[in-house]
Design a protein around this ligand. Structure first.
Ligand SMILES: [Zn+2]
Length: 325
C-alpha cells in the first residue's frame, strides 16, 4: 500500500584549487564589525535573494585542509566537515531544476569591475563537466577577485568592463560545468588569486548560521510510476493535481537544513476523514543540508478532494490539494 524512499543529501561539486592557510584569528574579536564595503576593505552581501533554508541553503564550504583530508572553518573535519576535498569556494544550493527554470538571480556580493564572463554552456548537468561553466568574474577595487560559477545559460547580464555594485544582478543560478545540482559557487580570492574563505575570514556582512533548522523549500505532486519520467530531475514534468483511484501518487519535498532529531512527514487527507499517515523521516547524523525526499502512495478509491500535508516536527508547513476522480 505504501512505501517511502528518499534521495540522499545532494553533494554539489565544483572547483579545484587549494585554499590559503588561515591568515587571522577572527573568532576572538569582540568588536561588532561594521559592514561597509569600501574600496580598501572587501565586505560581502549574500549573493542570492530570499531566506536561508527556504530559498537557498549553504551546502559546501571551503576545504581548509591542504592535504587529502577535509576541514571547514568551524574546525569540523572528516565526514563532519561541510566540504569536499579541494573545494575552493562556497556552494549555495537552490531546491531543484524546477526552481532553476523559474529563474533565481545571482547578485553581486560586492562591487567592482567585470573582468571575465562565459555564457552559452549547457546548464542541466547532474554530474561534473570540467571547464564548461557559465561564469562572471569581478575584480573588487581592493584587488580581490570574486567568481560566480555554474550560471544558467543565457542568463549572464553583464559584460567585461562593466562596473557593478553590490546587489546588482549578474545572471541566474544554473548547473553548468562541474555541478550536479543547481547552485552558485562563490569563490573569493586575493589580488594574487589566493583562495579565501569568506566565513573564516569574516567577510560576510550577515552570514547565515552553520547549522540551520529544517524548512520546506519546495514540494510537488506527480502520478507514478516514476519510471515513466525519462529524466525527472533535469526535466521535471508538470505537477499533477487530478488522479484516478488506484493511481500511484508521488509526493516530493525538498528541505533545506535539518538538525539531528528533526523530522519531515507526509500525510494524505481525503473525504470522510480518511487519513493515511503520517510517515516521518528523521534527520540522523550528519545533519542534512539540502535533500529531496519522496513518498509513494497507492490512492484509495474514494473520489473527491484530497490533500497532501507536509509537516516538519509535527507542524504543517504545506498543504497541497488534489482530486481523485
Ligand atoms: Zn563549489
Amino acid at each position: 500500500m505504501f512505501r517511502h524512499s528518499w534521495a540522499l543529501a545532494l553533494a554539489l561539486g565544483c572547483g579545484a584549487d587549494k585554499p590559503a592557510a588561515p591568515s587571522a584569528d577572527t573568532a576572538t574579536s569582540s568588536v561588532e564589525p561594521t559592514c561597509v564595503d569600501t574600496d580598501d576593505a572587501l565586505r560581502l552581501a549574500w549573493p542570492l535573494p530570499g531566506t536561508d533554508t527556504i530559498d537557498w541553503v549553504t551546502v559546501q564550504h571551503v576545504d581548509l585542509d591542504p592535504g587529502p583530508g577535509l576541514a571547514d572553518h568551524t574546525g569540523a573535519t572528516g565526514e563532519a566537515a561541510k566540504t569536499y576535498d579541494g573545494h575552493n569556494g562556497v556552494d549555495i544550493g537552490i531546491s531543484s531544476f524546477r526552481r532553476m527554470d523559474q529563474g533565481v538571480d545571482v547578485l553581486a556580493a560586492a562591487g567592482g569591475e567585470v573582468i571575465e564572463i562565459v555564457d552559452g554552456q549547457p546548464d542541466r548537468n547532474t554530474t561534473c563537466v570540467e571547464g564548461a561553466d557559465n561564469r562572471v568574474v569581478v575584480r573588487h577595487p581592493s584587488g580581490h577577485v570574486l567568481l560566480y560559477l555554474h550560471l544558467r545559460t543565457g542568463s549572464v547580464s553583464v559584460d567585461v568592463g562593466d562596473v557593478v555594485q553590490a546587489g546588482d544582478v549578474l545572471g541566474q543560478v544554473g548547473s553548468s560545468g562541474c555541478s550536479d545540482h543547481p547552485h552558485l559557487h562563490l569563490g573569493v580570492e586575493t589580488a594574487d588569486r589566493v583562495v579565501l574563505d569568506p566565513f573564516r575570514d569574516a567577510l560576510w556582512c550577515d552570514p547565515p548560521p552553520y547549522d540551520s533548522p529544517m524548512n520546506l523549500m519546495e514540494s510537488w505532486l506527480l502520478a507514478g510510476p516514476s519510471e515513466q519520467y525519462a529524466n525527472p530531475i533535469q526535466d521535471p514534468p508538470s505537477e499533477q493535481v487530478a488522479f484516478d483511484p488506484g493511481d500511484e501518487l508521488l509526493a516530493y519535498a525538498v528541505v533545506g537544513g535539518g538538525t539531528t532529531g528533526q523530522s519531515v512527514a507526509a500525510t494524505l487527507e481525503g473525504p470522510d476523514e480518511t487519513r493515511i499517515g503520517p510517515f516521518p523521516i528523521e534527520v540522523g547524523e550528519p545533519a542534512w543540508r539540502l535533500s529531496t525526499w519522496w513518498w509513494s502512495f497507492s490512492l484509495p478509491s474514494q473520489p473527491g478532494p484530497w490533500s497532501l500535508e507536509l509537516t516538519i516536527d509535527g507542524e504543517v508547513v504545506e498543504s497541497r490539494a488534489f482530486e481523485v476522480r
